[in-house]
Design a protein around this ligand. Structure first.
Ligand SMILES: Nc1ncnc2c1ncn2[C@@H]1O[C@H](COP(=O)(O)OP(=O)(O)OP(=O)(O)O)[C@@H](O)[C@H]1O
Ligand SMILES: [Mg+2]
Length: 328
């Protein structure tokens, strides 16, 4: 059997927290706590969850910008951390990233043509003709007109800048494009265009996407499958329609309760969560969601506070980490 395009195994990412006093013992901030994910070729996986739950840290680890504290990231069966030389360059080519703020990810002193050309130089595409053709193809794929090529980032609109950032990722023909909130810094009217562009690129090039967004309507439009994160862990994962139509984890239910369903604006009952998201410096015991969980009373005893629920199969394609009886 072929290896999946991307496999995340037992990924943990810890950061040393800043000490509040000189002799305070070192404390660790645990941003990602044992995540397993697979992304198949051409598939689109959405990653959602509240601010600070570890989405960007996971995304950065997948593209090699963040070193795992433990666990591994495999790209087509090759472990990122042990790849060197040519193999590492090849991994970098195969996995691209688009960030939230295109202005920050582009050099203000560089005309955009140079910005799109740069990854080719770094990755050793030497022939000027090959480079030229690839840059043109990337600009064309993102729908940027030829008369813009010599402009600087500040001369473009936000939407155009994000297209440049996408072209810069595309020029290496990645098989997986990690999109970390690629539309949140854009005007509402431009958001839809960028989402359509990503959907189109996926269709045309069969590219897989790891798509992170707070905008659940956008997630619903674009993805095949959704993973929901809470406090550094995946708490539910399911095919898109199964997740949006019948979420199984109490946290997912709360997260989705605020969005309007397609049936003529009918809303589910809004579930307002009490309390704040947990601090990654000191996450709650057992299930990290238990202090805020509306369904906690339905689980006998103090199990939610004492025992970590494992992410396990509810049926063929649904995973959930919760002690609640699945029939409730
Ligand atoms: N380089 C770093 N050093 C220390 N702590 C970090 C670092 N990067 C992230 N963190 C912390 O790790 C946790 C997870 O952050 P992360 O950016 O992955 O969250 P997120 O889910 O992407 O949030 P958002 O939706 O706001 O973008 C946060 O508590 C954050 O403060
Ligand atoms: Mg983030």
């Amino acid at each position: 059997m072929n290896a999946p395009l991307c496999e995340v195994r037992e990924l943990e990412v810890r950061f040393a927290a800043r000490r509040r006093a000189l002799f305070e013992p070192r404390r660790w901030l645990q941003a990602v706590r044992g995540v397993n994910l697979r992304i198949e070729r051409g598939a689109v996986l959405g990653l959602v969850g509240e601010s600070g739950c570890g989405k960007s840290t996971l995304a950065r680890a997948v593209v090699g910008l963040q070193r795992p504290s433990s666990g591994s990231i495999l790209i087509d069966g090759v472990e990122r951390a042990s790849a060197r030389g040519k193999q590492l360059r090849e991994l970098r080519r195969r996995v691209g990233i688009v960030f939230q703020d295109p202005y920050a990810s582009l050099d203000p002193r560089q005309p955009i043509r140079e910005a799109v050309l740069e990854p080719l130089s770094i990755n050793g595409f030497a022939k000027p003709r090959t480079r030229r053709l690839r840059v043109l193809a990337a600009f064309e794929a993102v729908g940027l007109a030829a008369n813009l090529y010599h402009r600087y980032p500040h001369e473009l609109s936000g939407g155009q800048r994000q297209r440049v950032a996408i072209a810069r990722a595309l020029v290496l023909e990645p098989e997986l494009l990690v999109c970390d909130e690629p539309t949140s810094a854009l005007d509402l009217s431009v958001r839809a265009q960028i989402v359509n562009l990503l959907a189109d690129l996926r269709q045309r090039f069969g590219m897989a996407l790891l798509f992170i967004s707070h905008d659940l309507a956008v997630v619903r439009k674009l993805v095949d499958e959704v993973a929901v994160m809470y406090a550094g862990r995946v708490v539910e994962q399911a095919p898109r329609d199964a997740l949006f139509d019948a979420p199984q984890h109490p946290y997912t239910r709360a997260l989705l309760s605020a969005i309007v369903t397609p049936h003529e604006g009918e809303r589910r009952e809004r579930i307002v969560l009490a309390g704040e998201p947990p601090s990654p410096l000191d996450p709650p015991s057992g299930c990290a969601f238990h202090p805020r969980c509306p369904a906690r009373a339905d689980v006998p005893g103090e199990r939610c506070a004492s025992e970590l629920p494992m992410l396990s199969a509810l049926d063929a394609r649904r995973l959930r980490a919760c002690h609640l009886d699945p029939t409730l």
